[in-house]
Design a protein around this ligand. Structure first.
Ligand code: AMP
Length: 506
């Protein structure tokens, strides 16, 4: 695979160049290559199942990247799992993926996974494997073409996360587009803000590694401590910034976040949620030398498929920013309810057709058949996003279902409801997003409680929230709980979400 080949070339041409920096921990291209070979060789010797998935658990450690590369060199896809994901959800991922190996770059109690036939590699064992000088791995073993390169689990409406399989060809198509159409092929420093279990991280990880750049990690501890975050940024020499708009908005609250802090910054890449005109305007003001790009795409089509540069002129003529044009090897169609193409200007569902569309959800044929199909010999994905085209530019118009983005995190309201309903204290529930300035600020759960003995509502809320921490990542747990005797119904007997939504608007 060309992507792996280019990392190989960099590791032999520039072995001492930094590939990844996470505060004190530094990984060179030379070590990345050698240590991932050691791991690949170990995996090949100990695997009983060709192409079985490998879970890589942790939070932005250099060993995570080595483990990704080691897995794909051994011919296995990896599943990145961030430590923000609770144990019960990881168990679901283990069950659904039938993973063979579980690599831990952070500590987690192995006893939780004792009942699964997993080959566990804890951090100590990993360090010894990475340094064992056993690089017996051949290029023929690398993942290629239709083999899965990685599998990313996203929120699923049935109550369980679903694993999006991204093939070597999918990823190559994405990386080729990034390197060709964006001014990022400059061997500079890239910001790595998104943890690896979110596909936004792929937008910096592989373009950086295939072009000789250095990734600069922003960990959850830095984000929790803005003083440390901005000190680190000041020393980062970042040229290419990739993040959600929410993260940039948070940084913009610091007045010193400007060209003085990041004098090398040339490119902002945004994806994953609406980029507001105000955020783009502030960035162009504070970073007059930098270009701002808005990209759009779902995990199922490998990170992003459309892009547009947001200039001062764009801001003069737009209050809602476009998401741009589709990459040249793909098509983005707007269709009606029956799947018929709509003329320019009309709003419909966005369909992505082309080589970066996933082969589907791992082990989930029904879900895959519902969302994916073949069009003129190419894979196509029904995004569930609404949009329209005007003057050749695409505009995003929100979702057609109950998927939402809260502060950049993708989630299905139905998955949250399904897990709240598991609580012994809950009889029924509906989760409603609460908006501020056209953006979701937080989630409000409306609950019909079961019989309980709590005196106060806040005690009931904390009991439900406590149960949820074992089932859902923190960012999916509604901030507010409200209690009702019954949920409002529409005339045809469905829960009336609109009534509840209007209640939280008041
Ligand atoms: P994810 O799979 O986490 O990348 O989330 C994909 C979803 O995020 C898309 O289906 C859209 O609903 C939303 N999204 C991605 N990029 C943008 C964008 N530039 N503007 C608005 N929404 C976006």
């Amino acid at each position: 695979m060309r992507l792996i080949k280019s990392i190989q070339k960099l590791s032999s041409d520039h072995p001492n160049r930094f590939a990844y920096v996470n505060r004190g921990s530094v990984l060179t291209y030379g070590d990345l290559w050698k240590q991932s070979d050691n791991l690949a060789s170990y995996i090949q010797k100990h695997s009983n199942q060709a192409k079985s998935p490998i879970i890589v658990y942790g939070h932005m450690e250099p060993e995570m990247i080595i483990s990704f590369l080691g897995s794909v060199k051994a011919g296995h896809p990896y599943i990145p799992v961030d430590l923000s994901i609770p144990v019960d959800r990881i168990k679901k991922i283990v069950e659904s993926s039938k993973a063979e190996f579980f690599i831990m770059t952070e500590e987690i109690d192995e006893a939780h996974f004792a009942s699964y036939p997993l080959k566990k590699i804890n951090n100590e064992e990993l360090v010894s494997i990475l340094n064992n000088n056993d690089t017996d791995v051949s290029e023929d073993q690398w993942v290629a073409e239709e083999d899965s390169f990685y599998i990313i689990y996203t929120s699923g409406s049935t109550g369980n996360p679903k694993g999006v399989q991204i093939t070597a060809s999918n990823l190559q198509s994405f990386v080729d587009w990034m390197i060709t159409d964006f001014p990022i092929n400059n061997q500079g420093n890239f910001l790595n803000q998104a943890p690896f279990s979110f596909d936004l991280s792929v937008m910096d990880l592989y373009p950086a590694l295939s072009s000789g750049g250095t990734l600069y990690a922003v960990t959850k501890d830095m984000i929790a401590n803005p003083k440390v975050l901005f000190e680190e940024l000041q020393h980062s020499n970042i040229k290419v910034w990739t993040s959600t708009p929410s993260f940039a908005q948070m940084c913009l609250m610091e007045p010193k976040f400007s060209n003085n802090m990041l004098p090398e910054l040339e490119v902002f890449l945004f994806c994953g949620e609406v980029l507001s005109a105000e955020t783009a305007r502030l960035l162009l003001e504070r970073f007059p030398k930098a270009k701002v790009f808005n990209l759009y795409g779902p995990t199922e089509a490998t990170v992003a498929v459309t892009m547009v540069e947001i200039t001062k002129e764009t801001l003069e003529t737009h209050t809602v920013l476009p998401i741009g044009r589709c990459k040249s090897d793909s098509q983005l169609l707007i269709v009606d309810n029956e799947g018929n193409p709509l003329p320019e200007g009309e709003k419909g569902e966005m369909i992505i057709v082309g080589p970066s569309v996933s082969k589907g959800y791992l082990g989930e044929k029904e879900l895959t058949d519902r969302a994916f199909f073949v069009k003129d010999g190419e894979r196509a994905y029904k995004t569930g996003d609404a949009g329209y085209i005007k003057n050749g530019f695409l505009y995003y118009q929100g979702r057609l279902d109950f998927q939402v983005k809260v502060h950049g995190y993708r989630m299905e309201l139905e998955e949250i409801e399904c897990n709240i309903n598991k609580s012994q204290h809950v009889e029924a529930c509906v989760v409603v997003p609460v908006y501020r300035d056209d953006k979701i600020d937080y989630l409000n759960a409306f609950v019909v409680p079961a019989k309980h003995s709590f005196e106060k509502e806040y005690q009931l809320s904390s009991a439900i929230k406590k149960e949820l921490t074992n089932l859902l990542p923190k960012y999916m747990i509604p901030r507010k709980f409200s209690y009702l005797n019954q949920l409002p119904m529409t005339p045809n007997g469905k829960v009336d979400r609109k009534v509840l939504a209007s209640e939280v608007m008041a």
